[in-house]
Design a protein around this ligand. Sequence first.
Ligand code: PRP
Ligand code: URA
Length: 210
Amino acid sequence: MEGKVHVLDHPLLQHKLTILRNKDTGVKEFREIVSEIAMLECYEATRDLPLEEVRVETPIAPGTFKALSGKKLAIVPILRAGLGMVDGILNLIPSAKVGHIGLYRDPETHLPVEYYCKMPSDISERDVIILDPMLATGGSASAAITFIKGYGCRHIKLMNIIAAPEGIACIQKDHPDVDIYVAAVDEKLNEHAYIVPGLGDAGDRIFGTK
Ligand code: PRP
Ligand code: URA
């Protein structure tokens, strides 16, 4: 069975994504909104976190209430653009550990090239959410998932902001156990493997490098 694609169509997400798409949105606002979108997506992607009963005394009376059962999480941004999503997630899950994986797409072949990797030492015990704003051909995300599985991780989710149908098909084929969380699925890729209409080059827009 292939992984589920969760298209998060909350009005706040859609509104913020439209601001990202606008070519006139400047680097400061772009960066802030990428982080906000990641926070809103995280709310949905963590909906299945297990709860346990805890005893607490309110100022009025003691009672039994729900609390997170302490499941260990790690987030792994794909450098560079995934870095823009980290703060938004940590706002909601401050105790998550952060691994990093550096991949760039070769401009000719569009294939991912790895240049950096540093994971938390206990990554194999953690549920992992991989972060990257763009899922285009899917090559980078698929390589990152393969890499993280190599550490023994078995519960992996992928969080993107915009996906192309080609990228979704790639992940569903290579990693049918991985669910995808995304704010929009766009029409197609162009001849340079950019998402159409998309938002342009996410890394350049987050870091102001173009
Ligand atoms: C972008 C994006 C993804 C990748 C998506 O990164 O952030 O990592 O391309 O493309 P794919 O699905 O076809 O692999 P890029 O390689 O431009 O690197 P950057 O984040 O350093 O700008
Ligand atoms: N990487 C980006 O940053 N944007 C795209 O549209 C495709 C890959």
